[in-house]
Design a protein around this ligand. Structure first.
Ligand code: HEC
Length: 170
């Protein structure tokens, strides 16, 4: 009886804090990503970046969403692709199941993961130890990733946004 009461309270506790439960990463942490080929070196732009006046809404939102990174100073961003999925990545899919591509914000070691399952893109955020950090900042929650990656369908195809720099891996 005592045991089940404790379980009941654990359950209640989980419900109370369910908002943080739902914010958990959905994509899994891809062990061994350090050996994945780098397809692009990019940047999280610093907070004081002045974008050209004709910058797309997509660009503006992408810069604004992550202007908090590294205390607003920006960071190098390395994009690595699962070696088994290089061909799929070149054409923005269609993607087979499993972890597809990561973007590593180098300054703080934030690892953005995009995985595919049944053709759907799943998102997650981890630190270099593989710990889920999606609750560290609202912009690291999977729902927020979706709001950009799954919305700008002319740019982000099948959940991947970067124009593949094919020359790097040909
Ligand atoms: C407001 C828009 C926006 C949001 C929100 C966003 N991204 Fe992205 N994402 C981009 C852009 C733009 C790029 C391309 C960056 C580049 O090439 O320099 C990108 C690139 C990536 C890449 C590299 C592969 C690719 O081409 O798509 C991954 C992986 C990724 N994002 C995962 C995530 C995850 C996980 C989240 C949520 C924690 C997230 N993104 C939130 C805009 C966004």
């Amino acid at each position: 009886m005592l045991f089940s009461a404790r379980r009941y309270f654990t359950f209640l506790f989980t419900l109370l804090f369910s908002s943080s439960v739902f914010a958990d990463s959905i994509a899994s942490y891809p062990n061994g990503w350090e050996d994945w080929p780098v397809v692009k070196e990019s940047m999280n732009l610093p907070a004081d970046t002045v974008l050209p006046p004709d910058a797309s809404l997509f660009m503006q939102e992408s810069v604004r969403a992550y202007s908090w990174i590294n205390d607003g100073q920006g960071s190098p961003l390395t994009i690595r692709v699962n070696p088994k999925k290089l061909e799929e990545y070149k054409t923005h899919g269609p993607y087979s199941d499993g972890p597809t591509v990561i973007a590593v914000s180098e300054a703080q070691g934030i690892i953005w993961v995009t995985e595919h399952f049944g053709g759907l893109a799943l998102y997650g955020s981890y630190n270099r130890k593989g710990e889920d950090i999606s609750s560290m900042h609202s912009s690291l929650e999977p729902a927020f990733c979706q709001s950009c990656h799954d919305t700008y369908k002319d740019i982000c195809i099948n959940g991947t946004c970067t124009e593949p720099v094919s020359s790097l891996y040909e």
